[in-house]
Design a protein around this ligand. Sequence first.
Ligand code: HEM
Ligand code: HEM
Length: 130
Amino acid sequence: MEKVIVWYLRMSVVYFVAGAVIGFFMIVSPDVSGYYVTSHAHLNLLGFMSMMIYGVGYHILPRFSGRNIYSPKIMHVQFWLANAGLVGMAIGWPLQASGGASLILMIASLLSFASIMLFAVNILKTIKAA
Ligand code: HEM
Ligand code: HEM
């Protein structure tokens, strides 16, 4: 398995644990849970679920279609954008809720959005004409 794909899978598990830890603290401290719910949701859905799908997709889909990944370079760039974007969003939301860091959130959202677009292009081009 390609090294960067192993890292997609590893980071997915890291975000799952982080999402679960935050979820647990939200149960324990319901009075502040509102500050963290959006970070919790995205660590689980954009971190664990999407990152797992990126890794598994990049490994399996080229094999299903008997082709190489359209762009290994995009796969690497996307990895960094997805991680920087998600970490920025997960930190930015609670900060924004307490009155700051909107710029961090805006930049991080753009990085996350760019990473999703790169995945879309790379996977669609990979499975094209399968
Ligand atoms: C240890 C595991 C988990 C715990 C303790 C936990 C706990 C919580 C808590 C306390 C809330 C806030 C509920 C509320 O007051 O509105 C919440 C919301 C949420 N959780 Fe979790 N959660 C866990 C795992 C997950 C997982 C695995 C996912 C997704 C794959 C997930 C997705 C969500 C989402 C999307 C919301 C927001 C729902 C909304 O918009 O109201 N959670 N979670
Ligand atoms: C570019 C990537 C993304 C951005 C910028 C983004 C942004 C947002 C924003 C601004 C909210 C509203 C938060 C609030 O209530 O204050 C939200 C909520 C939510 N998003 Fe996303 N999102 C992204 C990707 C995703 C993906 C991929 C999923 C699911 C796989 C997802 C699931 C959710 C859910 C379940 C909620 C409601 C959670 C809550 O109650 O806080 N988002 N998102």
